[in-house]
Each structure stands twice: as structure tokens, then as C-alpha cells.
Ligand binder design. Structure first.
Ligand SMILES: [Zn+2]
Ligand SMILES: [Zn+2]
Length: 353
């Protein structure tokens, strides 16, 4: 795996110099204005801002050139690892280049959602562990927030646009990078129910608190007077309730979102054993890339596709932001029963059986 790591950083300059050289130049022209200083001697702050503008723009172009694919194709690893480097440099935390990049990614996602639904099941990654999953007959969101701890990652206007496409919100647990009151109120005001564990917004009577101490399948209402069968698995993140939801779409696709599942060694069998109680095959498993034990849990659920979440949660310290390159490295070294997919913010992937 060290080989992959080395190749990525050798590949980035090659990519910038050779792959559609005109395209990279176009990016640079887009972000430079005539009155911006062409030299930065003595102005490190201006240098870092210009570097951020250019590199975020280049990453945007690279993600367009190399859309989501299973496994670790070099273009994907290069693009997402470049993003890791910027996201682990705290000078860019909450900076204008970072927000401009993220706004662009969310706009990209909104434009995708505005287009007619594709056949099969489409997975959209928003930010952190927030995903939207859509078929032609239903669209649900998992852990969709505007604010993630202190970071306003998605502004109210963009958040409202995302939510307008969704028929229900499933919140895994109460942590502020998964549960955001502004988002909850928007879902409710647009007629879409919000499901969360009992210890999440405990005094809020408008959300639907769900918790079972055994694996159980329930028909749950979504917007428009319809129901979806959802299997609840009673997970934890330390002492917090962490619901693992397995949603069955009307077309028969099943998707599980694991939130911040983290039970420690003693309680681990609760979730691992849940796999045998599902009673139906799992198509897509979405889990934080630091889920432990990752390999054993994926193997026990044996999905058709495994998707990672929670990379670069910017309110964590850099040692626990969990880089995309870490996702690639971990997964490349595991013996998984299915292909895996690492998605960037604002990206989509169409899955078909
Ligand atoms: Zn958490
Ligand atoms: Zn989290």
C-alpha cells in the first residue's frame, strides 16, 4: 500500500503538467485576477490564499475528470488525497477558498438532484457522514446537517434545496456532526418526517424517536403518505444510542447507514450478529471509515457495495479528520466480500443490481 501512497504524490505533478494541460491553466486563469500579486515574497498569507484557490479549483477539475468508481483508480486517489492535504492544513479551516470549494460541490449535488431520477439507486455524498439516497420512488437522507459542530458547511439556502428533494431524514445519533436542529426543522416544515434515537432531541415532540433493543423491521411513514420498511439495529457510539438503519426502497434496494457505530470489544457482537437477523441481502452499506472492526463488520453484513463516510470532518483535530487516502489504504489492504467506493463531497454514484 505504501506503493499506492508514493504513486499518488508522484502522480499529482504529472497530472497537473500533462493531463489536459490547457484545463489546468484554465483553472488558474479562473481564480487569478489581474490585480492579484504575481509574486508573494513577504506575503505568506496571500500566498496560502492563492494556493488554496488554485488547488481547490484543480481538485474540482480532477473530480470532474475522474468521477466516482469502485476501488482505487489513480485519478481518484490523486484528487481526493490532494483534498486531504488542504483539509489537514488548518490554515484553510473555515477559509474563503475552502467554503468556495464546498459551496461549489453542494451546488453540483443540487444540480444532480434537480435532474430526473435515474434507474436503480443513486447515492449522493453531501459532507461528512451526510448522504442522500434516491430511487425513482423514494429519496431519503441520512445525518444531513447544515452545521457540523461549529462549521457551517452548508448554508440555509442550499440546505433547503437539498431537503426539498428528500422524503425523510434518518439521524443515527445525537452528535452535532450528525444531528442539526435547523435541518430537522426544515425537513418537518417540508412535510418529511425525522427519525432519531431516544436520546437525540429528547424533549422535541415533533421528531419521531425510535429505539428497539432487538433487531426489528418497521413500516415507517415518509412524505406523501407512503411507507418504507426500515430495519432498526440498536448500535452505540460509546454511551450514546446509535441507530443503524437498513432502509428498503420500493424497488427492492436495501441500504444501511451505520452513523458513528462504535461499541468497543465487549458489545461488538450486537451489531455483527445483527447481520444474520436482517433476513434479506444488503445492497449498499455506508459506514464511517473508522468503524472498528471494519473488515469483520463488512464481512458479516456482506453487502454488494461498501461506501465510506466521515472523511475530513473539519471540526475534528487533524489526527482524527480521517483522510480519504486512509480510506483507500485501509480498504486496499482488506479482504472484503464486495467492491468498495470512496466518494468526495457533492458526488453521486448510480448503483444497479
Ligand atoms: Zn458521533
Ligand atoms: Zn461523527
Amino acid at each position: 500500500m505504501r506503493r499506492l501512497y508514493l504513486i499518488v504524490f508522484l502522480f499529482i505533478p504529472l497530472l497537473l503538467s500533462s493531463c489536459g494541460g490547457g484545463e489546468v491553466k484554465k483553472s488558474a486563469e479562473n481564480v487569478f485576477s489581474k490585480d492579484r500579486a504575481p509574486y508573494y515574497w513577504g506575503k505568506p498569507g496571500e500566498y496560502y490564499e492563492a494556493q488554496g484557490d488554485v488547488m481547490f479549483s484543480v481538485i474540482e477539475d480532477m473530480l470532474e475528470e475522474y468521477p466516482p468508481q469502485v476501488g482505487a483508480p489513480l485519478g481518484r486517489v490523486a484528487a481526493l488525497s490532494s483534498l486531504d492535504m488542504l483539509c489537514h492544513d488548518t490554515r484553510y479551516d473555515d477559509s474563503p477558498p475552502f467554503h468556495s470549494f464546498l459551496d461549489g460541490r453542494i451546488d453540483h449535488l443540487i444540480a444532480s438532484l434537480d435532474r430526473p431520477s435515474r434507474k436503480g439507486l443513486t447515492i449522493y455524498k453531501v459532507f461528512n457522514d451526510a448522504f442522500i439516497v434516491r430511487t425513482r420512488k423514494a429519496t431519503v437522507a441520512f445525518d444531513l446537517c447544515g452545521k457540523y459542530w461549529k462549521l457551517q458547511a452548508v448554508d440555509s439556502l442550499r440546505l433547503s434545496s437539498l431537503i426539498s428533494h428528500c422524503d425523510a431524514l434518518f439521524i443515527s445519533h445525537r452528535d452535532s456532526d450528525h444531528a442539526d436542529l435547523e435541518s430537522v426543522m426544515m425537513f418537518l416544515s417540508q412535510g418529511s418526517p425525522v427519525y432519531c434515537p431516544e436520546d437525540c432531541f429528547p424533549s422535541n415532540g415533533k421528531v419521531t424517536h425510535l429505539r428497539r433493543e432487538a433487531v426489528e423491521t418497521l413500516p415507517l411513514p415518509i412524505r406523501g403518505g407512503r411507507n418504507l420498511d426500515v430495519t432498526l439495529i440498536p448500535g452505540h457510539q460509546d454511551n450514546l444510542q446509535n441507530n443503524v438503519y437498513v432502509v428498503e426502497f420500493p424497488e427492492g434496494y436495501t441500504v444501511a447507514h451505520f452513523g458513528d457505530q462504535w461499541e468497543g470489544k465487549e458489545a461488538r457482537p450486537v451489531v455483527e450478529n445483527a447481520a444474520s437477523l436482517l433476513g434479506k441481502p444488503l445492497d449498499v452499506m455506508i459506514a464511517d471509515n473508522w468503524l472498528m472492526p471494519l473488515e469483520e463488520t463488512v464481512r458479516s453484513f456482506s453487502p454488494r457495495l461498501f461506501v465510506t463516510g466521515h472523511e475530513n470532518e473539519m471540526s475534528h483535530s487533524v489526527d482524527h479528520r480521517e483522510a480519504f487516502w486512509l480510506s483507500f489504504q485501509k480498504l486496499e489492504n482488506m479482504d472484503l466480500p464486495c467492491p468498495y467506493l470512496v466518494m468526495g463531497w457533492g458526488e453521486e454514484f448510480n448503483f444497479r443490481k
